[in-house]
Design a binder for this molecule. Sequence first.
Ligand code: PRP
Length: 192
Amino acid sequence: MDTATMDPARIAPELADDIESVLISHEDIQTRLREIADEIEVDYAGNELLLVGVLKGAYLTMADLCRYIRLPVNVDFMACSSYGSSTRSSGVVRILKDLDTDIEGKHVLIVEDIIDSGLTLDYLVKNLRSRKPASIEVMTLLTKPSQRKVDLAVRYTGFEVPDVFVVGYGLDFAERFRNLPFIGTLRPEAYA
Ligand code: PRP
């Protein structure tokens, strides 16, 4: 892609070649995360919040969101793997890394990078709910409503994206592109 549309110092030329366009700029991501943090501050005022980031994709959303929330927060992480192809999840989820902490009686907010079919999150919410938290809600940076296979209650959503392959800001293709500072679309030749 044309590197003039982004800061070339922040992206490897090898990655830029595979990017078709910038779908959501770094600045727009930060603005939206600050807005969501403002909502979270109101909703959780007076409560201690536990943010649960879902690795790996949510690591940048988690890092930025938690710094915008002016409340005492704890952070923890889970890692899951979904059996299936590299571009579609199957709904059969395996926990690779569980929480370090007991969430009973705590206010839990799951932080995701993207909800596609919703199957990963459906499993995670049910799993965490069985541990008796005081409350459990979901925040996702991106959502692809056209791909949804289950009904999910999502409290905070950053952006709706069309059914295109998106990478960057935590999201990968074959483990690459996670460190792009924006959400971009991949050239079809890059994943064909
Ligand atoms: C992605 C993403 C979500 C899930 C969404 O994770 O981070 O957890 O897929 O898909 P779904 O709504 O169809 O279930 P992925 O399995 O690619 O792992 P990663 O975060 O480590 O890249």
